[in-house]
Design a protein around this ligand. Structure first.
Ligand code: CP
Length: 314
């Protein structure tokens, strides 16, 4: 694996290998010295053209735990604001000796442009591109599901037989797209639930079923409910009548959580709009995996960096 651009590119074996290495990496967090020498001498550049808390910080922690050098670059405060192009930015980073570039960009496809360009001879990791994909988020979500439902001793296992319902702003969600491909590859069955205005016009090419009624989806008793953030920053029109109406019909509130099966889990990639797509009670419930997802993100990103920089698929 040279780049990680899309979960569509991962075979089931690739994906399970990353989850299994992440299990090993998770053990590093419990050590007194949370470091491995695996990537000593390597340089990871975090190239963020869009805001981020979880993804940027966890790539930094992951790279440092593997003893790599880390350069953090955000477009705000850089020469990008003076009009510097992606090409010139990439070539500048290449001159600094980047081995991996982790890129987040508002334009769908920007990481692929970088990977195909020849401007830089580094592995490229897509950390979220427009409304296209966010592959490491999907990997950490799959890891969280596997650990919570099947235990940390589930190495080698996929998610066969697992039912996952993804709820909310599917239209603008790169998290949903990456999860649709990855969780299906791992054997899960997916259902999407959203107002019609927040679904793509045509989902016929997606391996999912689609519904509009959250109560019916909750009463179907899924193993996993994944709530998505309403992405107001990507909305140039009104997609639902009001916040109150949205949370009443498509928000996961305390009463809906109480109706979910015991042992099911509630996920959210963050950042959350508490009171809109998820209530504070649901976000902080025993079934919520929100903070586990953040912690697991470090293990997954360690595994991804290790795969890319060690040239190992095993
Ligand atoms: N889940 C996620 O991508 O969060 P950030 O935008 O904070 O990185």
């Amino acid at each position: 694996m040279r780049h990680l651009l899309s979960t569509k590119d991962l075979t089931r074996d690739n994906a399970i290998a990353i989850l299994d290495v992440a299990e090993d990496m998770a053990g590093v967090a419990d050590r007194e010295v949370k470091k491995l020498p695996a990537l000593r001498g390597k340089t990871v550049v975090n190239l963020f053209f869009e805001d981020s808390t979880r993804t940027r910080v966890s790539f930094e922690v992951a790279a440092k735990r593997l003893s790599a050098d880390v350069i953090n670059f955000s477009a705000k405060g850089s020469s990008v604001s003076k009009g510097e192009s992606l090409k010139d930015t990439a070539q500048t980073l290449a001159a600094m000796g980047a081995d991996v570039v982790v890129i987040r960009h508002a334009a769908s496809g920007a990481p692929k442009v970088l990977a195909d360009s020849g401007w830089i001879d580094a592995g490229i990791v897509n950390a979220g591109d427009g409304t296209h994909e966010h592959p490491t988020q999907a990997l950490l979500d799959a890891f969280t599901i596997r650990r919570r439902l099947y235990g940390p001793d589930s190495r080698g296992r996929g998610l066969d037989g697992t039912t996952v319902t993804i709820v909310g702003d599917i239209l603008h969600s790169r998290v949903a797209r990456s999860n649709i491909w990855l969780l299906t590859t791992l054997g899960a069955s997916l259902r999407l639930v959203a107002p019609a205005t927040l679904l793509p016009v045509n989902t016929s090419g997606w391996p999912v079923t689609v519904g509009y009624d959250l109560d019916a989806a909750v009463d179907a008793g899924p193993d996993v409910v994944m709530m998505l953030r309403i992405q107001a920053e990507r909305m140039n029109a009104s997609f639902f009548p009001s916040a109150r109406e949205y949370s009443r019909q498509w928000g996961l509130d305390d009463e809906r959580v109480a109706r979910l099966p015991a042992g099911s889990i509630v996920m959210h990639p963050g950042p959350m709009n508490r009171g809109l797509e998820i209530s504070a009670g649901a976000a902080d419930s025993a079934q919520s995996t929100v903070l586990e997802q953040v912690a697991n993100g470090v293990s997954i990103r360690m595994a991804v960096l290790f795969h890319l920089l060690s040239g190992s698929d095993a």
